[in-house]
Ligand binder design. Structure first.
Ligand code: CA
Length: 382
């Protein structure tokens, strides 16, 4: 497997600090993007901690990953999924415990997208509203779903995708790393083909590329790295209200000699072994129960229910068979509108109305609306 990859992160044109963190190591198949939130430098701390924890966990599992590459099997596949989930849960625990222990970091959190490429297979773990896209043959697929109130409303049929794209509710997370005791990890699996591109990006980028086709068109260029740089500049030109981070990985050559049954172009639901929408009751991103949405939908949802209702768009020619739903201490929790530290106030009166205007004051609701961060960033490149 030969991969080439590029990483660009930019503070944007409005914010003073970059709370995004990212890491990649193409030789090992590691790609990570995290978008932190929280005042007093906490956002940067949270995203950097998450990236660091995942990176170290994956590095510590080199033997297992290498063994899977040499002899892929369903059992090995399940092991990799478990490994990735554990890495994300470790990151969650690290961020959450530090947030609990240090008052100035209370409520801090982060999104987290991790792609682990092992042989021709990409394993994706996702929490929050950063995104991972697959671009294949010039066509885009958003592999991940946004863990936001807006997405929940889309699932419930209360908002159209177009309305959700401009709704301020798109910035309110219902699931994040480190914010509350519980977290759900969304998993996806893609068997890569030559010339595929993967894009991991924070919302500061995808907010300015609402048309997936534009993303696909740009990144399908012969020089994806240059295209990525241009996309970051375009995001700034288009507003740059938030930190902008993108990691692009291009598959130059696919491993040979591993028999895979990967033919077929069908798009299938991906396995989601764990509830992506976990309880998230205290965050400056504001956790709310949108009107008309059953609390269970925004709070603790049993994984089977969610799996049935969530419109997964992942492409996977090879769903991982037999992966059981992870045990999860999902507990139903009342979900009053919270305003944990005054950072954000969510008013969802207009939730079910068409969001006609782009300028909906989303700044008040944005999880990125807290900055003042000073901590150094982990944005290493490999
Ligand atoms: Ca952001």
């Amino acid at each position: 497997m030969t991969l080439e990859a590029w990483l660009v992160t930019d503070v944007g044109v409005v914010r003073e600090h970059n709370e995004d963190s990212a890491f990649m190591e193409p030789a090992k198949g590691f790609f990570i993007v995290a978008d932190g939130m929280g005042g007093h430098a906490a956002g940067e701390v949270a995203s950097a901690m998450a990236v660091d924890t995942v990176r170290k966990t994956l590095e510590g599992a080199r033997t297992e990953i290498d063994a899977f590459k040499k002899a892929p099997s369903d059992a090995g596949r399940r092991g990799i999924v478990q490994l990735l989930q554990n890495a994300v849960l470790s990151a969650h625990q690290a961020v959450y415990q530090r947030g609990q222990a240090e008052p100035d970091k209370a409520g801090m959190g982060t999104t987290l997208d991790v792609v682990l490429v092992a042989g021709p297979e990409a394993f994706v773990a996702h929490v929050g509203d950063s995104r991972t896209y697959l671009i294949r043959d010039g066509k885009p697929s958003q592999i991940t779903t946004d863990h936001t109130v807006a997405e929940v409303l889309v699932i419930e049929g209360k908002l159209t995708i177009e309305e959700a794209q401009v709704s301020p509710l798109r910035t309110i997370l219902v699931n994040a790393i480190g914010v509350s005791a519980d977290v759900g990890v969304e998993m996806a699996h893609v068997t890569l083909k030559k010339n595929d591109r993967l894009l991991l990006c924070s919302d500061g980028m995808h907010d300015y590329f609402p048309a997936e086709d534009e993303i696909a068109q740009r990144l399908s260029a012969d020089a994806p790295g240059k295209a990525l740089e241009e996309m970051v500049e375009l995001a700034k030109t288009r507003g740059g209200h938030d930190n902008i981070t993108g990691v692009v990985c291009q598959v130059l050559e696919v491993s040979e000699g591993i028999p895979m049954q990967m033919e077929g172009e069908s798009t299938q639901p991906v396995e989601v072994p764990i509830n992506p929408f976990a309880v998230d009751e205290t965050t400056e991103t504001a956790f709310v129960t949108p009107p008309g949405v059953p609390p269970r939908m925004v709070a603790a949802v049993t994984p089977p229910t969610l799996r049935q209702t969530q419109p997964m768009r992942a492409i996977t020619e090879d769903p991982i068979p037999g992966i059981p739903a992870l045990p999860k201490d999902a507990k139903a929790i009342d979900t009053p509108a919270t305003d944990s530290d005054g950072k954000a106030t969510a008013n969802t009166d207009g939730a079910a109305e068409p969001a006609a205007k782009q300028d909906t004051g989303s700044g008040e609701l944005s999880k990125a609306d807290t900055d003042k961060a000073e901590a150094p960033k982990d944005k290493g490149a490999g």
